[in-house]
Ligand binder design. Structure first.
Ligand code: ADP
Length: 150
């Protein structure tokens, strides 16, 4: 079985993430949306909330599941027998950030990173901008799947 891991903070998941996950699905039997958890990091949404949003969005497709992990992403991949990571690229800045991580991940494991170029209409959407809007009492709903409630 071909399993891909789509890792991220998903704080919160946006329509940009959902698009990448759906576009990756035809290549795999299963896509695990993996919420990376760092106890040192501050999040806007709790891990439980972030998982609930993702479970709700993909509840009708059992090939997409949500899990969470602490520590190295490649160790999580190994633990669930996945050799593929899915990441989205919105810009050259994303590429420069992702390139050394993908190289390192491949050096320390046999995990390959597969990149999807974001749709132009989603390339300005980021969880950090969404959080900024929410914290300042704006309306971020156009960037979010209906399941994300705040
Ligand atoms: P991280 O904290 O690891 O950056 P994120 O949850 O912000 O996690 O993002 C996870 C992945 O989703 C990253 O590969 C990121 O580039 C991608 N991504 C985020 N927003 C978009 C978007 N609007 N379009 C395409 N990919 C995106």
């Amino acid at each position: 079985m071909k399993i891909a891991v789509c890792p991220g903070s998903f704080d919160p998941i946006t329509i940009g993430h959902v698009d990448i996950i759906k576009r990756a699905l035809p290549l795999f039997d299963k896509v695990v949306v993996a919420i990376g958890y760092n106890t040192e990091k501050k999040y806007l949404f709790t891990l439980k909330q972030r998982k609930q949003f993702i479970d709700e969005i993909f509840k009708d497709d059992d090939r997409i599941v949500c899990d969470s992990y602490e520590g190295l992403t490649v160790n999580f991949c190994k633990s669930i027998n996945s050799k593929y990571l899915i990441r989205g690229l919105r810009s050259s800045a994303d590429f420069e950030y992702e390139k050394p991580i993908a190289m390192l991940n491949h050096s320390i494991s046999d995990v390959e990173t597969i990149f999807f170029i974001s749709r132009p209409e989603y390339s300005h959407i980021s969880s950090s901008i969404v959080r900024e809007i929410i914290v300042n009492k704006g309306d971020a709903s156009q960037f979010l799947p209906a399941a994300v409630k705040y």
